[in-house]
Design a protein around this ligand. Sequence first.
Ligand code: BF8
Ligand code: SF4
Length: 644
Amino acid sequence: MEPKERSIDKAAQKMIAHMAEAGQQNAWDRLEAQSPQCGFGKQGLCCRICTMGPCRISKKAPVGVCGADADTIVARNFLRAVAGGASAHSDHGRGVAEVFVATAKGEAQGYRIKDILKLYKVAEDLGVKTNNRSVNDIAKDVGQVALGEFGKSEGTQSMAKRAPKPRQEIWQKLGITPRAVDREIVEALHRTHMGVDQDYENILMHASRTALADGWGGSMLATELQDILFGTPYPGRGEVNLGVLKEDEVNLIVHGHEPILSEMVVAASQGEDMLAEAEKVGAKGINVAGICCTANELLMRHGVPIAGNFLSQELAIATGAVELMAVDLQCVMQGLAEITKCFHTKLITTSDKAKIRGVEHVSMEEGTALDTAKEIVKMAIDNYKNRGAVTIPDEKKKAVVGFSHESINYILGGRYRASYRPLNDNIINGRIRGVCGIVGCTNPKVPHDYTHVTLAKELIKRDVLVLTTGCATIACSKQGLTNPKEAWELAGPGLREVCEAVGIPPVLTCGSCVDNSRLLVACTEIVREGGLGEDISEVPAAGACLESITEKAISIGHYFVASGVLVVFGEEFLPVSGSKNVSDYLFGGIEKDLGGRWAVESDPVKAAELIIAHIESKRDALGINKAKERKLYDMADRRALSIE
Ligand code: BF8
Ligand code: SF4
């Protein structure tokens, strides 16, 4: 397959060609080696839950050995995927909460509570008293209450109380207000054990509750605590793509998800001592760049450049310019270990939860975080001398990034009247038709970045404001869609007018995948501001991920659906087609219960049509689509108006 068919990103194309010439393998090659892939798995029809199986459902054998039918098996696989995704986000959130508590106690090296205003706000949400108390005392309690949210024995998720009242009532009526995060995940594994829950609707209802525990629990806690600890993002400039790597500096890439590692690496790399060390080896500086969601976290908060998204991780190594790649957890390919063997690049793992066989492990613990980060930076510097030939593609784009709920509020309304009013007003008057979240991964089964970028372009052209997270946000930034001047040209007239007036791009970068919780908060604020319905399901909004890979993406998609939003995935990436009943429920029936639903569409142009039709139908239902043209009165009108 030609590099152009593998990626729309010119930097990626160059590196793919370069790797092919050198006979080096990447994810696209391994996908080819795996083809054809199992058709049962693609449809969700393979069950490996007990050793009477594995069972595969077909016409010849319509039920498994235990009698489980296609509906049960597909629903069970779906729930297990949601539980896997929710566990990843939530364990990340728990990790942050632990560092948060340690910081408040003064036991974490190098960290401090940065956003005190937000600490007060989150304290209120979690029921922590703030009057006459020190910042660290409040933070200690906030961290401990947050930790409790994962495993508490009673009650429901505190953050879920942020949702609009009618939304909370829907969840209560269905009995799916999420309880402790751990409990929902454990129950998901229990229910999907052999011989337990065998009613697909009942299984899917718990999938909704588990996903909600992620969105309004683990992910939201992770985002909020990270903002307090590392700073709430506000708009700033940054650069994105492999061209951010520097020929004459020590390049250190941080890759993964938890900013606990990367924040300290950035801090360590800026120290005078480290810069002096770099000079000693002949480098002009230390260039830290990010890959995947860690990159989003760092760019949003510190303007640290992004080298690429998921499918760029191996390509970055193949430039030969990376002295060290430090990974923590999630979305880290084991293939990295192989490709680093061809270059001088040192790969190190840092999370005790995520080691790679044969790769050096440097354990990152909060008590010694800064020292460990310095050690990592020093390793990168020491490796500079081993660098061989370098091929850095000359591709990078400027981006304006850092759109948290707080910063959107501030930009739209100003410091003294921070509010979503201007956004709501412009949706109501039709300059902006609605809002769409484009989120998630880059899957080698479709051309890298293609669907995210095409969908975003189609939507902004039609005056839909786009909010992005995860690898999708990096894809859009690589094509200039988050650079205001470049992207305004591509926006429809109404959206362009609003964006120019406010000074924002029509595609907003909202952060990493756990930061999808920011989009839940944004939807809630739109409702609270008034004029666009009483519940999230009434807002002209949708979500999409046409290149999804992970269980995390399925959990995210499902918590949006369970919060009342239409979510569109690429067809192959939602493995439920093996059961008509499950598909019918997720694509239709669930809307009656929860107000949101799933849809599948692999073509981004058609997906845009689907999303716009949905947005317009929501506008119709709100009654904001009535033509408001000036009426020219004829004599009959005048007579009707005249008072006799
Ligand atoms: O959490 S978008 S490939 S990097 S899963 Fe992974 Fe998907 Fe990228 Fe971040 Ni999210
Ligand atoms: Fe087969 Fe049932 Fe066991 Fe699944 S649980 S592997 S369908 S026997």
